[in-house]
Design a protein around this ligand. Structure first.
Ligand SMILES: NC(=O)c1ccc[n+]([C@@H]2O[C@H](COP(=O)([O-])OP(=O)(O)OC[C@H]3O[C@@H](n4cnc5c(N)ncnc54)[C@H](O)[C@@H]3O)[C@@H](O)[C@H]2O)c1
Length: 352
């Protein structure tokens, strides 16, 4: 049984605590929770009767969990992950893994140095229709990829941003691209492959925050395919969709719903008998915007730890997504198309 301890007991911590505390994840249990604001930690711990801490170091020393789960504000993930790495336990970090590439690199380095495995939460990769789409891609059913589009049209009003001082700030959160749409940006890159260039425009349309609530991005992939990201939290009066569509030489798939969870289109030039099932079986919208994926995500993490398997979103994969988002912001600032290059920072090859 792997023991999990939560660091940060805000909104998303409740989802993590429910899954672990209610034994919905095989071979996993909730061991303790921690928040610098004690009542928040108590509220999350309450239903599960687990120990409460206000200092993560004290929690790590006393409880000796197998996995620490970092659920603090995005801009603090690096500080907390780096502080936790020396315990040599595995680390799960909520998305986005960090807000700067330097922070992401420092996290990866710290975890490597102390033998801690680093898992970044990208639960939408585990949505059943998304896995189906990935399967079709890997089977070569699309042929040459032509275009990939993700669209996030959600509704976040001023009161959402006002509930905590960090929301919508450049230092700790970013805007719709970094927070809400980071899942979709990750999915697009996962499906379409490496990005060569991005050109983006953004605006802060309907709320008073530092970062953007609306953005559009044109992408060119290394494969030659094109892509489009449309992301906004300025949809009114309510959430409309979170979707991805992949168009290839031999087929088209579109997954929609609120949380990329509903198979809308599944059509190929060369149909298979299983296609009808793919179309009809995967059309269920989850009750909340987080989707169903956290459970599948935790199952995957436990499987990777117990069976020593390679995980789907490690530090480098989390960094890849952050590199794309950083390039998008660079394009917004410069008004230019920005190329994505690999700039080695950790590579020792050739260094004396
Ligand atoms: N995967 C998803 O779908 C999803 C959904 C929501 C949020 N998130 C991510 O989860 C993270 C948290 O978001 P949230 O909405 O829960 O934020 P939140 O503000 O509700 O919670 C953050 C908590 O961390 C606590 N904290 C800060 N420093 C701490 C420390 N040193 N030790 C212990 N606790 C500390 C704060 O007191 C706060 O209670 C963000 O990075 C966000 O992007 C992911």
């Amino acid at each position: 049984m792997l023991k999990f301890a939560l660091v940060g007991c805000g909104r998303i911590a409740k989802r993590h605590a429910e899954l672990l505390g209610n034994h919905q994840i095989r071979d996993a249990t909730l061991a303790a929770v921690c928040d610098v604001v004690r009542p928040k930690a108590e509220a999350v711990a309450g239903p599960f009767q687990v120990p409460v801490y206000t200092d993560m170091h004290e929690m790590m020393q006393r409880e000796q969990p197998d996995v620490a789960v970092v659920l603090t504000e995005s801009g603090r993930h690096a500080e907390h992950a780096i502080a936790l790495a020396p315990y040599g336990k595995h680390l799960i970090v909520e998305k986005p893994m960090a807000l700067t590439l330097d922070d992401a690199d420092a996290m990866i380095r710290a975890c490597d140095r102390h033998g801690a495995r680093l898992f970044v939460v990208k639960q939408n990769r585990f949505n059943v229709p998304v896995l189906k789409l990935r399967e079709a891609l890997e089977a070569g059913r699309f042929g040459r990829l032509v275009m990939g589009t993700v669209r996030v049209r959600w509704c976040r009003r001023q009161d959402y941003y006002d509930q905590d001082a960090w929301r919508g700030t450049w230092a700790l959160d970013g805007g719709v691209l970094t927070n809400q749409a980071s899942h979709h940006v990750d999915l697009l890159e996962w499906m379409m492959g490496d990005v060569e260039t991005v050109f983006a425009k953004s605006t802060t349309a309907l709320v008073d925050i530092e970062a953007e609530d609306t953005a559009v991005v044109l992408l060119k992939f290394r494969s030659g395919a094109l892509g489009l990201i449309e992301a906004t939290t300025a949809t009114r009066p309510k959430d409309l969709e979170g979707s991805i569509s992949i168009l290839g030489e031999y087929g088209t798939v579109e997954i929609g719903g609120f949380a990329v969870n509903e198979m809308k289109v599944w059509q190929f030039e060369q149909p298979l008998p299983s296609d009808e099932e793919a179309r009809t079986r995967f059309s269920v919208n989850p009750p909340g915007v987080y989707g169903f994926g956290h459970q599948a995500y935790y199952d995957h993490v436990v499987d990777c730890i117990v069976n020593h398997r390679q995980h789907l979103v490690d530090g480098l994969e989390g960094r890849r997504s952050l590199e794309l988002i950083s390039a998008i912001y660079e394009s917004v600032e410069t008004g230019r198309e920005v190329g994505l290059r690999f700039v080695p920072k950790l590579c020792r090859l050739g260094h004396r």
